[in-house]
Design a protein around this ligand. Structure first.
Ligand SMILES: Cc1cc2nc3c(=O)[nH]c(=O)nc-3n(C[C@H](O)[C@H](O)[C@H](O)COP(=O)(O)OP(=O)(O)OC[C@H]3O[C@@H](n4cnc5c(N)ncnc54)[C@H](O)[C@@H]3O)c2cc1C
Length: 447
């Protein structure tokens, strides 16, 4: 049909999800071709101010391991044991993520992770890669992808029977589907944008704050976070409303930026001697939850952010995209008909990606605000006590999402609701978690 090679799977986007999926499929003997808009990351430097540090958790690590990539990625990973809260007074307090020593999350530079995955893909004879190829159309019916290449290699078509759009939140594959009424997509924008800032290492190349933590400056309506890098620096991200009293709109000159940081994050200023220059130079990013239905049309499928981009506050966007890869790889291994595998993929994944989208939005409120309240602390302590006493029945929701890939996102969401109700009752009535009544309530909550 149309001269297309029926067996090769064409993946648009050699970001982390597209590349990991290619590695998994090639491992099973499938031929894959990755088409990427950007230049080859093995030979070009990443864009400054857009590097983004990611928190990898167990779901992501499991997928990297399955693709044989974890050991290659590991040297760039920095463990984070908890959230280091920075109060307005400058006081700090560490809230551990989990109770077990191995319940940590891992900071990694997105650019380093992507480059290493592309390197691995380049070592795989079954994976072909083309860079500087901007996909401008994807036609499942004609089995064609259309690209705008570099100047000497202008628009051209590629025959492609099986197409997977892993081209991120602004997916061209999704747009091509929508233009043909094959899917409906809408964005639910967050009223807050973000800006990345680089906190340099000291003169000896050491971290100038605790390296094994995700630093958070929660300020109610907004927050600053910082994730450690291996070279002693931190990548900080300011999340701030677009409009209003404390907003990006207000920070429209150097004096106001300085005034704002002096008032809100005084302990960060010494680590940011070039704040004004960075603030002016680094781009401002927008955040949104993407709703798209369906994700597939015949032999074409959307995956990762292209299908279900979410806000970053649970640190799960990529972890979820990597989990997508595991699920799809297993389905394609058992189902030779791609269209059927794609339909099953959507049926299995959608309830879970909807659940993590909701939890990610809820977590923004927690990180920037409720984490500071004594009630949050009380609930966390009681939840931890219940987990120690009844580890098979009570696992805090954060831990289910981050450390228990065997519990699906949708189960974590539902169990989390029941757990919150239980905590309400135990706290309101002062019930000892190690009592017969607590055990009975736990049982009745079907946890
Ligand atoms: C500020 C911020 C913080 C985050 N923190 C975390 C975190 O801590 N943990 C976590 O798990 N997730 C986090 N995320 C989410 C994470 O970055 C994404 O979920 C992840 O990058 C999605 O991977 P992807 O491969 O699907 O898409 P992308 O990373 O967007 O990759 C898409 C690829 O497709 C290419 N492409 C795009 N359009 C075209 C085209 N037309 N033709 C060809 N190629 C194209 C792009 O160049 C890119 O290489 C964060 C996101 C943000 C914005």
């Amino acid at each position: 049909m149309n001269g297309a090679d029926h067996d090769t799977i064409h993946i648009v986007g050699a970001g982390p999800v597209g590349t990991l999926l290619a590695l998994l499929l090639a491992q099973r003997g499938r031929r894959v071709h990755l088409h990427e808009r950007r230049a080859d990351p093995r030979v070009t430097a990443p864009e400054r101010g857009r590097s983004i540090n990611l928190a990898l958790a167990t779901r992501g690590l499991r997928a990297l391991e399955a693709a044989g990539a974890l050991e290659r990625i590991r040297p760039g990973m920095v463990p984070m044991t908890g959230r280091m809260l920075h109060e307005g007074s400058g006081e700090t307090r560490l809230l551990r993520y989990g109770q077990r020593a191995d319940e940590v999350i891992w900071s990694i530079s997105r650019a380093d992770l992507n480059r290493e995955l592309v390197r691995l893909a380049g070592e795989q004879p079954l994976i072909g890669m083309s860079f500087n190829q901007h996909c401008i159309d994807a036609d499942a019916e004609r089995s064609r992808l259309r690209f705008q290449g570099s100047a000497a290699n202008a628009e051209h078509e590629v025959a492609a029977c099986i197409i997977i759009g892993a081209d991120g939140a602004g997916s061209a594959v999704r747009q091509a589907m929508a233009a043909r009424d094959l899917c409906q997509a809408s964005e639910e924008p967050l009223a807050h944008d973000y800006k990345e800032l680089h906190l340099a290492a000291d003169a000896a190349g050491r971290h100038r704050m605790e390296p094994h933590a995700l630093h958070v400056w929660p300020r109610g309506e907004f927050m600053l976070i910082a994730l450690p890098n291996h070279d002693g620096s931190f990548t900080a991200t300011l999340f701030l409303p677009r409009e209003g009293a404390a907003s990006f709109a207000r920070l429209d000159n150097v004096a106001r930026v300085h005034e704002f940081f002096t008032a809100q994050f005084p302990d960060v200023l010494p680590l940011l001697p070039d704040l004004a220059a960075q603030f002016a130079a680094h781009p401002r990013g927008e955040l949104a939850t993407l709703h798209c239905w369906p994700w597939h049309a015949g032999n074409m499928l959307l995956i990762g952010d292209a299908a279900h981009a979410i806000v970053p506050f649970h640190g799960q966007g990529l972890n979820c995209g990597f989990e997508d890869c595991l699920v799809l790889d297993a389905l394609l291994a058992n189902q030779p008909d791609a269209a059927q595998a794609f339909a099953r993929f959507e049926a299995e994944r959608r309830i879970n990606t909807d659940a993590i989208a909701q939890m990610a939005l809820e977590n923004y409120h927690e990180m920037r605000d409720t984490v500071r309240s004594p009630d949050f602390e009380r609930r966390k302590q009681l939840g931890n006590a219940l987990e120690r006493l009844y580890p098979d029945r009570f696992i805090p929701r954060y831990s289910m999402v981050m450390f228990h890939p065997g519990i699906s996102y949708v189960d974590a969401l539902q169990r989390g609701i029941a757990q919150e109700r239980l905590l309400d009752v135990l706290l309101a009535q002062g019930i000892d978690p190690d009592s017969a009544l607590a055990r009975q309530l736990l049982f009745e909550a079907a946890l």
